[in-house]
Design a protein around this ligand. Structure first.
Ligand SMILES: NC(=O)c1ccc[n+]([C@@H]2O[C@H](COP(=O)([O-])OP(=O)(O)OC[C@H]3O[C@@H](n4cnc5c(N)ncnc54)[C@H](O)[C@@H]3O)[C@@H](O)[C@H]2O)c1
Ligand SMILES: [Zn+2]
Ligand SMILES: [Zn+2]
Length: 396
């Protein structure tokens, strides 16, 4: 089959690789019809390259049609139209039963001291071949795949159940925005776009979106979000002016994090150690600075007694944080990898609603054949051509 493979820093290519096969009784094989590129993939493209081998198949936002099932793949049937969650979970263990699928004790990558295995996401998360390919082997298929209506609707109606929608929903859940309250969403990539829309859908009175890319601000604005450019010097004052002088009840940080998918503190240190020093160290240092910039903005903006919800992951072991400020302002912080399957039943009802309450069909800016993946990664990374979300089509 044809698949997107990581080759080296900022170099991916579409190669012919062996077709995946059923390896475990609860596996399924999905013929992929749509597969998106995520902000998290940009981390692999860049700094996290040290944790991939040349030829690794990447991608974790895939949907398609079940082609084959193992004898223990539960109710899943050949021909089902399914979306595949980016995290692999069993649905039965202590963590899964508590809605913490990203910590699944069956698939935890214990060798790395990390949480549940992820598709297409480095040795840190199990080196499981990813979904930017013609076919995908899905472990734990008795639980993971979300069967969606075969209703003729375009894939983009359901595709984001794989990651963006549950991640954004969890970000809003963890933000605890009071009814009619205010929330600032930092970063208007796909995750931030959806977090902003979901916050409004769930009853926030004021949703403020902050980014530096004009077309991302414009997309949020057309969904009723009050937008502010992150570059303005008076950002904090502007936010306070909009929130009665107090600051917002909640801030969601949806800015890119180089350490996404790497919840343990050592990760960035490991990255610094494994990459050639001359490249790795300054990069990690720089990434650390960027991450802190967004978090510090969140800490500055949030009102006293408010909540910060992080949907990106902070990997620094020694990030200096303004503890006095956090303590004095009585700030709550919640974070973590999305527990995708915990949220998908409710989200599927919203995605399938013909009224499209979350506007899922206004997110993807480019749908390209899988063969153009290298070009697509470069465009998405550089935010060229108005690119906000790219979907690759292996059937084109
Ligand atoms: N927790 C999870 O399970 C989970 C799942 C998916 C993605 N993520 C993470 O969420 C983050 C966002 O993902 P995405 O696909 O939307 O990525 P993206 O790279 O498209 O979006 C990031 C956005 O942040 C903006 N930005 C950068 N610096 C900023 C600043 N200082 N202030 C305001 N905006 C700023 C960028 O312009 C961009 O629009 C990534 O780090 C990704 O790894 C987490
Ligand atoms: Zn993703
Ligand atoms: Zn589990």
């Amino acid at each position: 089959m044809r698949a997107v493979t990581w080759q080296s820093r900022e170099h991916v290519s579409v190669e012919t690789v062996p077709d995946p096969r059923i390896e475990e009784p609860n596996d399924a094989i999905v013929r992929v019809t749509s597969t998106a590129i995520c902000g998290s993939d940009l981390h692999l493209y860049g700094v996290l390259g040290a944790f991939l081998d040349a030829g690794d198949v990447i991608g974790h936002e895939a949907m398609g049609v079940v082609e084959e099932v193992g004898p223990q793949a539960g109710d899943l049937r050949v021909g089902d139209r399914v979306v595949v969650p980016f995290g692999i979970a069993c649905g039965r263990c202590w963590m899964c039963r508590r809605g913490l699928q990203s910590q699944c004790e069956t698939t935890q990558v214990t060798a790395q001291g990390n949480g549940a295995a992820l598709f297409g996401y480095t040795k840190l998360y199990g080196q499981v071949p990813g979904g930017q390919a013609e076919y995908l082997r899905v472990p734990q298929a008795q639980y993971g795949p979300v069967v969606v209506p075969d209703d003729g609707a375009p894939d983009e109606r359901y595709l984001y159940l794989s990651d963006v929608l549950p991640t954004a929903w969890q970000a809003v859940e963890y933000a605890h925005v009071p009814d009619g309250g205010s929330v600032v969403v930092l970063g208007l990539g796909p995750v931030g776009q959806m977090a902003a829309r979901i916050a409004a859908h769930r009853g926030a009175g004021l949703v403020i979106g902050v980014d530096l890319v004009p077309e991302r601000l414009a997309m949020a604005a057309r969904h009723g979000v009050t937008v502010l450019d992150s570059g303005r010097k008076d950002l904090a004052d502007a936010v306070r002016d909009l929130t009665g002088g107090r600051g917002p009840d909640s801030v969601i940080d949806a800015v890119g994090m180089e350490a996404h998918g790497s919840p343990v503190a050592e990760t960035m240190q490991k990255a610094a150690g494994i990459l050639p020093d001359v490249i790795g160290k300054p990069l990690v240092k720089h990434a650390g600075t960027d991450r802190l910039a967004a978090l510090l903005t969140a800490i500055e903006l949030v009102r006293r007694g408010g909540v910060i919800s992080l949907s990106g992951v902070y990997g620094g072991a020694k990030d200096p944080l303004p503890m006095l400020r956090l303590f004095d302002k009585q700030v709550t912080i919640r974070q973590g990898q999305a527990n995708v399957r915990h949220w998908t039943d409710g989200l599927l009802r919203l995605a399938a609603d013909p009224a499209d309450p979350l506007g899922v069909q206004d997110l993807r800016t480019h749908r390209w054949p899988l063969e153009r993946a290298a070009e697509a990664y470069a465009m998405f990374q550089r935010k060229e051509d108005g690119c906000i979300k790219v979907v690759l089509d292996p059937t084109a």
